[in-house]
Design a protein around this ligand. Sequence first.
Ligand SMILES: Nc1ncnc2c1ncn2[C@@H]1O[C@H](COP(=O)(O)OP(=O)(O)OP(=O)(O)O)[C@@H](O)[C@H]1O
Length: 230
Amino acid sequence: MLTFDGVVLTQGTFRLQADLTVAPGITAVIGPSGGGKSTLLAAIAGFLTPVTGRILWQGDDMAGRDPGARPVVMLFQDHNLFPHLTVAQNVGLALAPRLRLSAGQGAQVATALRDVGLAGMGDRKPGALSGGQQGRAALARVLLSDRGIVLLDEAFAALGPALRSEMLVLVRDRLAASGRTVLVVTHDPADAVQFADHVVLVADGVAHPPQPTAALFADPPPALRAYLGA
Ligand SMILES: Nc1ncnc2c1ncn2[C@@H]1O[C@H](COP(=O)(O)OP(=O)(O)OP(=O)(O)O)[C@@H](O)[C@H]1O
């Protein structure tokens, strides 16, 4: 379980409060632009230190742990790949940070690339892939990582609807199904309805506790109604 215990986060004059627990599975993070969704993820990843409160993973306070030492893997919309490494090397970083892959690990990389629709493209540099293909290569790396918390901050926004759905199916079947805690920032409520077990609404300075998706959208509270324009 991932728990925010009386957490207050600030960025300049912006202030966000969070008192909530996220269960394994897919949790969508939705809310208005500038509402604090990325701020919430940055705190989990360790890029932002809470002003007060604690962020706990499996009961342990993560305070003081550098981003690289946290059980977290994060995908942004851009800048997920090292440009000087091949696509296969980028994906292989999940298994061997020094890039000395065994034959078995090389095969795992090839399988992950095939799973995201990039079979045979492992020898290319990221610059020779489209934006959507780069996003898929980054997802292949996440599929091979063993970190318990996966943060996707509009990671698939560059993809068209069909490809985005395909990637979210992979996230659901390969990451959530194996018990990982996946937080997905999305601007599309349809993504939340289709893929998320729970939804965290971030609005008006508060990250609200996760609610089951179907129940939340069936009877939206005022802040969600305002966000949806309903
Ligand atoms: N480095 C910073 N210094 C000052 N204020 C910041 C900084 N980074 C973010 N903010 C402010 O914090 C607030 C929350 O930003 P955040 O990026 O978390 O929102 P968001 O919900 O992810 O937005 P979007 O959907 O537009 O990506 C915004 O008002 C933003 O202007």
